[in-house]
Ligand binder design. Sequence first.
Ligand code: MN
Length: 252
Amino acid sequence: MKKRNFLKGIGLASVALISTRLFGNQRMETNDNYDFIGEVPYAGDPILPINGKFSLPELGFSYQALEPNIDARTMEIHYTKHHQGYVNNLNKAIEGKPAASYSLEKICSLANNTDMAIRNNAGGHFNHTFFWEILKPGGANKPTGSLATAIDNNFGSFDKFKEKFEQAAAKRFGSGWAWLVKGANGKLYVYSTPNQDNPLMTKLGYKGVPIIGIDVWEHAYYLHYTNKRGEYVKNFWNIVNWDVAEKNYSKK
Ligand code: MN
């Protein structure tokens, strides 16, 4: 019997116990109920190494393109130094290991508590690649189609969803990410992850297909916003490409 069917078949109290075990140690900070999120494999286009090496993806827009919401200098450093650093360190970490032939998504799904270099840098590479995609200028500036309907159905309204997402981003202590994900039941959830952990890391207890995510590491905003993370998160809404988000939502 599949886990989600099993979960549906038992009492809520037991489900809460299982959830606590899966999401132990407060890794996931959330005010949501994850009882039925289920495990969903990420079905996006795989990011593959070439001869055992990953590389920085094309950004697809200029460093200035997101101004004034994200300034050009921050974009340049974020992409050429931080993201490149995760790629370089991931390549070192997988050298000579089976992971050198795995997709980035598979490496994330296998991330664990022992190989922190692979976990942090695979997460860093996936998360930033994903982030640049959902920030790509030119798409719809608010949710459309089936995602818009799903957001209304799950959160009450787009504004209520934004509030919840902003809270998750604000409450993430230290460095990390906030996510909107789709569970196996099609339901939407908001939660945050520390460091470079992400929803693909199912061995660590995270779940769901990522739809959008925001980087709340200080390197993502400090030059322009200094300590005002909340302002950065509010301005994030001006630059989300909701067409890409809709495609992410539609992934099976
Ligand atoms: Mn970053």
